[in-house]
Design a binder for this molecule. Structure first.
Ligand code: HEC
Ligand code: HEC
Length: 334
């Protein structure tokens, strides 16, 4: 914990940006079950070193498997992001897309792929979408270290146990479409100083060949691709509401829900890498496709535009109707 926070604080000093310290409440939370196991207490043996390497991979992904690492066979990620740019505090922040306590959930069914997936498959979803790169082989030392870290973060959590704080939060839907034009104003006021007018963020020290970002890009060539979880507005708007600007937490959000929805719409309206083959996602049952998937095909007749920005109420109602009709149909019928 301290390590991450010190590093971020140091980066912010380096870039001359003002940084609001994280609220005390956000990591302590409501219950003892959100107690992060202490990585410092691990012995310096093979397992301890592997878990520590896993954590480094999360915090500084670009330095080990990024597109500019010296060994070309290790260039798995397609962008210079770090897992921890999204999985905040090295994957331990409530509603900051934690990867805490979920080891026992795998293998689990993936509606996107229509089959059971392993933890390695789930990590590779982020490799090919959020990191816009290619899959790590299951036996690569980097994959094994990532899995060891995820497993370590689940110490003491029994399989199937649901901890509060997963994902990026759950604001109520808006009853209108999210508005990129209003979002642009919010972006200019709250985000631009860090994430830049062209969404490209602030690179660490490219002139000294120091890889990675002080502030990661939110759109453009080096951002997550259109098949990523963050490319869905519900995920992004919640992430922003409960985590941005840094210092915000689920107990002390900075933006109003409407501001978060609209600024998310602005970010989603910008160009980013396009992943091929997305039409095959969820094809085993399109009714399971998230309402905010920004690419078709869909089970319903709503436009891609409405799936991208909402309003989602009418889409949810239509999906519920289609599902009820399907459940009533005699088995085997379509
Ligand atoms: C651009 C943001 C972003 C980056 C970078 C990113 N992820 Fe993710 N990750 C997400 C989102 C969003 C989800 C949840 C998707 C969803 O709603 O299903 C997720 C989900 C996951 C999950 C499953 C969590 C759960 O609750 O089931 C794991 C494990 C994971 N990511 C690991 C990684 C690893 C390892 C890396 C780096 C190699 C990485 N991610 C990089 C955004 C990101
Ligand atoms: C003080 C600088 C700062 C401000 C202001 C700020 N961010 Fe961020 N943002 C960051 C940093 C730093 C990260 C990486 C997370 C970390 O290191 O803790 C990040 C991560 C993100 C991410 C996930 C990673 C990625 O690259 O996609 C998104 C999305 C995001 N910010 C959107 C926003 C939006 C929208 C606003 C305005 C409402 C905003 N941020 C305001 C510094 C900032």
């Amino acid at each position: 914990m301290t390590l991450v926070r010190t590093r971020v604080a140091a980066l912010m000093v380096f870039s001359g940006l003002l940084f609001v310290p994280a609220a005390a409440g956000e990591t302590t939370g409501s219950s003892a079950i959100w107690s992060i196991p202490d990585i410092g207490a691990l012995p310096d043996d093979d397992h301890g070193r592997q878990v520590r390497f896993g954590r480094k991979l999360i915090i500084a992904t670009y330095a080990y498997i990024g597109p500019f690492v010296v060994d070309p066979t290790k260039r798995y990620a397609g962008n210079d992001l770090a897992c921890a740019n999204c999985h905040l505090k090295a994957g331990t922040k409530k509603f900051g897309l934690p990867i805490f306590g979920l080891y026992g959930d795998f293998p689990r069914y993936s509606a996107r792929l229509g089959e059971e997936i392993s933890i390695e498959d789930r990590i590779n979803s982020c490799m090919t979408r959020s990191m816009n790169g290619r899959s790590l082989p299951n036996d690569a030392p980097e994959m094994q270290a990532l899995v060891a870290y995820v497993k370590f973060l689940s110490s003491g959590v029994s399989p199937g146990e649901q901890l509060p704080g997963y994902g990026s939060g759950k604001m109520p839907d808006l009853d209108r479409a999210a508005d990129p034009a209003h979002g642009k104003q919010v972006y200019a006021r709250v985000c631009l100083a860090c994430h830049n007018s062209d969404g490209s963020g602030i690179a660490l020290r490219p002139e000294a060949m120091v890889l990675g970002y002080v502030v990661p890009p939110v759109w453009g060539n080096d951002s997550f691709n259109n098949g990523a979880g963050m490319a869905r507005i519900i995920t992004l708007a919640n992430f922003i509401h409960f985590n941005m600007p840094p210092g915000a937490g689920y107990l002390n959000p900075v933006l109003s829900p409407a501001e978060a929805w609209d600024v998310a719409a602005y970010v989603e309206s910008q160009a980013r890498p396009q992943k091929s083959g997305l039409d095959r996602d969820y094809c085993s049952d399109l009714l399971d496709k998230p309402v905010d998937a920004p690419y078709g095909p869909y089970a319903d007749r709503f436009t891609e535009e409405q799936h991208k920005y909402g309003p989602f109420g009418p889409i949810r109602a239509e999906i519920a109707r289609l599902r009820a009709a399907k459940d009533k149909a005699p088995s085997g019928a379509k």
